[in-house]
Design a protein around this ligand. Structure first.
Ligand code: PMV
Length: 333
């Protein structure tokens, strides 16, 4: 009845933006990401007697009631699968800032899905685990796998065909990501609320949907051809397009801070000077810079000089979700 799992965060090159079903978390568009090696969540769970509700300890402290309820509702789905009524204690550690656009919900719900199902003896394959993780947070769907991962949106109303598929290993890719933190505070508008407002009010949203398949096809070609420049160009363009939909929403909103723009400008300048680098930004102020090994140090030095840049973490493509053994579990508890 106990287990520990680790799942890594991912950064979308083609963004998931907009839900067609808010309860089942079904997207309007397919998306594609890279799993990150240095950003991850380790989650231990113990279903036990004597608890009158689920407990959720996040980064050493009891989580907020809102977070606890989110986890508890998610565990209800898993209890339903196993026909179990026991409550659980969940202890989760992130190695990165939570809720600041670095996809902690992705690694968090992917790790929780694996740990909770393992603890209850439910055996799910990658496809079913990815469908389950989706119910916690859309981007968690993709964190089940390592390397390059596509979340196929599916068309069925029940979501049975909406899951992640690993499309390519990134092992022999020269792909580095610099995660540039400019704002460690949790964002004002959650991705959930931001998506809803965009879908309901942004006149740019139909254009987003009209052009997404083309972006997805281009990024896949870049992946199969190992074409870094093409990958970066499509990813940057797609991220800007997503953020443009928020600017055109009513009322308008944006996730960027002034430092976000400074980082974007620096990447653009470096590129004009001949250093290949591209940026992408999720629903937050932080920026992920895509680059190649030979330029990593130079780019990092330039970014570190920007006032307001708090932290730069290097990442490479990382692995999918794993169950850790019981010794790791005991160490964590
Ligand atoms: O999974 P959520 O609800 O945190 O949504 C993530 C949305 C983006 O990060 C902006 C894009 C993506 O595909 O990860």
């Amino acid at each position: 009845m106990r287990a520990t799992a680790r799942a890594h965060s991912n950064i979308a090159l083609i963004k998931y933006w907009g839900k067609r079903d808010e309860t089942l978390i079904l997207p309007h568009n397919s998306s594609l990401s890279v799993t990150l090696d240095t950003l991850y969540t380790t989650t231990s769970i113990a279903f036990q007697t004597g608890l009158d509700r689920d407990l959720f300890i996040l980064n050493g402290k009891p989580a907020s009631e809102k977070e606890r309820l989110k986890v508890s509702r998610f565990l209800d789905l898993i209890r339903g699968l196993a026909d179990v009524t026991l409550f659980a204690e969940v202890v989760s550690e992130n190695v990165f800032a939570t809720g600041a656009g670095l996809a902690s919900s992705a690694s968090g719900f992917a790790a929780l899905s694996a740990a909770a199902t393992h603890a209850l003896g439910i055996e799910l394959d990658g496809k079913d685990l990815s469908k389950l993780a989706r119910r916690g947070s859309g981007s968690a769907t993709r964190s089940i796998y390592g390397g390059f991962v596509e979340w196929q949106k599916g068309v069925q109303p029940d979501g049975e065909d909406s899951y992640a598929v690993p499309i390519a290993s990134a092992d022999d890719w020269d792909l580095h990501m610099l995660i540039v933190t400019v704002d460690e505070a949790a964002k004002d508008i959650s991705s959930r609320d931001g998506m809803r407002r965009t879908v309901e009010t942004s006149p740019f949203y139909p254009a987003w949907l009209e052009t997404i398949d083309q972006d997805l096809a281009e990024v896949k070609t870049a992946i199969y051809e190992k074409d870094f420049q093409k990958l970066g160009e499509v990813a940057e363009r797609n991220a800007l397009k997503m953020h443009a939909t928020t600017l055109a929403s009513n009322p308008p909103f944006w996730y960027w801070q002034s430092e976000t723009l400074l980082v974007m400008n620096t990447v653009k300048r470096l590129r004009a000077e001949g250093t290949l680098a591209y940026f992408t930004i999720d629903a937050g102020a932080n920026v992920v810079v895509l680059c190649q090994a030979r330029n990593t140090e130079k780019i990092r030095e330039q970014l570190a000089q920007i006032p307001g840049v708090r932290d730069i973490v290097m990442a490479k493509p990382g692995p999918g979700v794993t169950i850790l053994d019981h010794d790791d579990h005991d160490e964590k508890r």
